[in-house]
Design a protein around this ligand. Structure first.
Ligand SMILES: Nc1ncnc2c1ncn2[C@@H]1O[C@H](COP(=O)(O)OP(=O)(O)OP(=O)(O)O)[C@@H](O)[C@H]1O
Length: 780
């Protein structure tokens, strides 16, 4: 290998001059049935889902919260400024370096001169002979054997894959976890619906009994055939049944729940009085909510269904206005939704028919437990609930929190955890050479993976530092993490999506759900501690039948997750071991060392600028307060579900619970002794926790006799009942050819009791031929 040779893998991939890698096909490689998803298909129908938010379409300036945070600072501006003043800066840095012997700069280690000085032996570079050494040394070493196409784990996964291939669609309701005990199996059997999903395989959306507006939207989007998860979910979703769905990343789960949702909404009552929020989609991140909102709007283009996006970081006022119109579908992150439930008087979830949790395993864990409990309390029990994730759990203990009603378990190809088109590469980071990670990253990004690269990092701080490093090296880069304003986050994604920047430094904020066509490569700066996290990260590429590559820097401590990841690979030729020449690592380590002072300088400039802007903002705030004092104090105070501290506390608590498998419903069941909700209850007075209306009622009823109260309650109940919009119904199944049995009016599906409502007889009944005029009047 020539000294300045590029990064090469052990199994001699050819590298094109452009740096793109040509995959070598091993003889054992199986022809993957990517036909399930058309690689030529483009989902970005009219481009970027953020475009509406950022340019034109929606008034972004109004949506973005203003005034609460100082204006964002551009790292690029600072770098450019510093370049023009480089001579002065250099002098300053020399002075600084004389004073600082220790790491007082607060930087996370980006490279280590001390280690680099030692010797080239034992660096991160794992040459061919070293790999062989390792093989004999440790038979169980995944890194040492990962490039060996005959490795046991690979064979196993490929065998499983063959098995599952034929069953991939039909196996959806089978139990995949061999590790379950008999008790667990029995619990699952009792918990999940025993109704197997229809064995009928829908090769086309046309056989699914969907309405014309949806079919039209699907056609214009280029969705010709349903993906496996769509094929099994849509019919079950249309029946109004609860669903727990699992399918690999990038397999079209979003449309799988949005299509039945839209279809059912087409049968809702119309008119001002009937307007209500009937569907709620909860997602863990704002970016995912924006994406989901976009998919929903596009699938509902030819309908009158109204969507509303409720996420933090965007204007509360604009959202309040939107909610007042009672949109049919709300797509939200939990925190902001609760804010509106508490503080937007016109908004309630009591007419909710469908609740969807996307990335449901995430929503059921960590810091979302309390918030989820609060939201579920506000939803009617009779709703349909659908849960989806690529790493969905079927643990009953977790799922009981959602009070599901005999959910149908739709696990598509459960033995496969990553997309078929994904090639997973691993780069070994030897013990004691952890500091070389940044040099390894730069070696990868400057020689081989030059565009469409998302780099996942463990912390916001590191993401920011590396974004500065890339900026200083002239590589076009953006960052995406929770330290940015929502405007910055959306813009970064927009630029990356558009291909205007080649690299995106992200934290796990971006690991779930994001669907960006241009991502060719995912680089894991470090291996996440949980396999599910890894699967979501690498799932940002190789989506919808396309090909993609992930490269993970694996330290000694990560071997367990690494082994698990290899075991779940899509095929034996889909796992590689990549080596990086030591001279390249040394070169980049030196470069990083030389940049250290510049990085500190940029961070310092940034800090000063931030303080300045913060001060300016405080002055502005003060002026506002003086000018509009009366108006500001007249506003009703907002109430908060949790303070930041509370949230942190609950996050830590639920994480602990999750990790120790403490999975009884303690965390969100308000009646559990000693639960936070109960402690709070004890502290409250008789009015606390009541809505304004309930308070008024309570006050009024205090002077009433028992009879009076009964009469008042009855009157309120009947008034409420009259005002409540009708539930949306389950679209009817097409009649069997020989004619439908008389008693099978609407099939066994849920919500059938709603069908007989007076004056609402046609609701949910499919139009027959000849009904065209009526249908035309009913639907726009
Ligand atoms: N019926 C279809 N035919 C072709 N492509 C489709 C179809 N449905 C969805 N897709 C494509 O699949 C891509 C991924 O869809 P989606 O984001 O819903 O995946 P997902 O399963 O939710 O992934 P994740 O688990 O990462 O959230 C979309 O960009 C879209 O292009």
């Amino acid at each position: 290998m020539a000294p300045d040779d590029f990064v090469m893998t052990l199994d001699s991939e050819e590298e094109s001059p452009s740096g793109a890698i040509k995959l070598s096909k091993s003889s054992g490689s199986k022809e993957v049935d990517d036909a399930l998803l058309d690689p030529a298909f483009t989902f970005d129908m009219s481009g970027d889902p953020y475009i509406d938010l950022i340019q034109g379409g929606t008034d972004f300036t109004d949506l973005v919260k203003s005034g609460s945070k100082p204006d964002p600072i551009s790292v690029d501006d600072i770098i450019a400024r510093r370049k023009t003043h480089s001579s002065t800066r250099k002098r300053k840095h020399h002075e600084d370096s004389d004073n600082s012997g220790d790491r007082s700069d607060g930087l996370e280690p980006l490279g280590s001169q001390a280690e680099e000085d030692s010797t080239d032996e034992g660096t991160t570079v794992l040459e061919d002979d070293e790999a062989e050494d390792d093989q004999s040394e440790d038979d169980d070493d995944p890194l040492a054997t990962s490039d060996d196409t005959g490795s046991e784990s690979d064979n196993a996964s490929s065998h499983e894959e063959k098995e599952s291939e034929s069953e991939s669609m039909a196996s959806s309701s089978e139990d995949n976890s061999a590790s379950d005990t008999e008790v667990q199996k029995a619990r699952k059997k009792a918990f999940f619906s025993s109704d197997a999903p229809s064995s009928e395989q829908h090769a086309s959306f046309l056989t699914m009994n969907l309405s014309r507006p949806i079919l039209k939207a699907l056609t214009s989007l280029g969705f010709h055939t349903p993906t496996p998860i769509q094929a099994v979910t849509i019919p079950v979703g249309l029946m109004g049944k609860d669903v727990v769905g699992n399918a690999v990343t990038g397999s079209g789960k979003t449309a799988a729940f949005i299509i039945p949702m839209i279809e059912r909404l087409l049968y809702r009552d119309r008119g001002k009085k009937a307007a209500a929020t009937r569907c709620l989609v909860l997602v863990p991140t704002r970016e995912l909510a924006v994406q989901c909102y976009d998919v929903g709007k596009k699938l509902a283009t030819h309908t009158d269904i109204q969507f509303c996006l409720i996420v933090g970081g965007l204007s509360l006022k604009a959202q309040e206005v939107a909610l007042r119109a009672r949109p049919d579908v709300v797509i939200a992150t939990p925190g902001r939704l609760i804010d509106h439930l508490r503080n937007s008087p016109a908004f309630a979830l009591d007419a909710l028919d469908i609740l969807v949790l996307d990335e449901a395993d995430r929503m059921l864990s960590d810091g979302f437990a309390d918030e989820l409990g609060e939201i579920i309390k506000a939803c009617p029990v009779s709703r349909q609930t659908m849960l989806f994730s690529a790493t969905m759990t079927d643990s009953v203990d977790e799922l009981v929190k959602m009070s599901l009603n005999k959910p149908v378990r739709l696990f598509v190809d459960p033995k496969r955890s990553v997309a078929r088109g994904l090639v997973q590469e691993f780069v070994r980071v030897r013990a004691g050479r952890e500091a070389d990670r940044s040099a390894l990253l730069l070696a990868l990004c400057t020689r081989t993976f030059k565009s469409g690269v998302i780099v996942f990092l463990r912390s916001k701080k590191l993401a920011h530092q590396l974004r500065i490093v890339f900026g200083l090296l002239g590589l076009s880069c953006e960052e995406l993490h929770g330290d940015l304003t929502q405007e910055q986050r959306l813009k970064a994604l927009h630029l990356f999506r558009d291909g205007r920047v080649n690299f995106l430094m992200a934290t796990d904020l971006a690991s779930r759900g994001l669907d960006i066509k241009g991502i060719q490569t995912v680089i894991n700066y470090d291996m996440p501690s949980q396999l599910s996290q890894y699967l979501h990260r690498v799932g940002r590429t190789a989506r919808a039948g396309r090909k993609g590559r992930s490269i993970t820097l694996v330290g000694e401590a990560d071997r367990k997750v690494l082994k698990a990841a290899i075991k779940r690979a899509a095929g034996e030729d889909q796992v590689r071991h990549r080596t990086i020449p030591s001279e390249l690592v040394t070169k980049w380590s030196k470069k990083l060392e030389s940049l250290k002072h510049e990085i500190t300088g940029v961070l310092q400039d940034e800090k000063e600028e931030k303080q300045l802007r913060q001060a300016e903002m405080e002055v502005k705030k003060g002026q506002n307060l003086l000018e509009h004092e009366a108006e500001i104090y007249a506003r009703p105070a907002r109430t908060w579900f949790q303070s930041g501290k509370d949230k942190q506390h609950s996050e830590a608590l639920s994480k602990r619970q999750y990790e120790t498998n403490f999975q009884k419903d303690n965390s969100i069941n308000p009646s559990t002794p000693g639960s936070k909700a109960q402690v709070e209850k004890r502290k409250r007075d008789k009015f606390s926790g009541l809505t304004r209306r309930a308070k008024r009622r309570k006050l009024a009823s205090e002077g009433e006799t028992k009879e009076d109260r009964k009469a008042t309650d009855a009157a309120i109940r009947s008034a409420k009942k009259a005002a409540r919009p009708a539930r949306i119904s389950v679209p009817n199944k097409p009649p069997p050819r020989e004619g439908r049995p008389k008693d099978d009016k609407l099939g066994k599906a849920g919500f059938s009791h709603d069908q007989g409502r007076k004056g609402n007889r046609r609701e949910g009944i499919r139009a027959k031929r000849g009904d065209a005029k009526i249908k035309g009047r009913r639907r726009r």
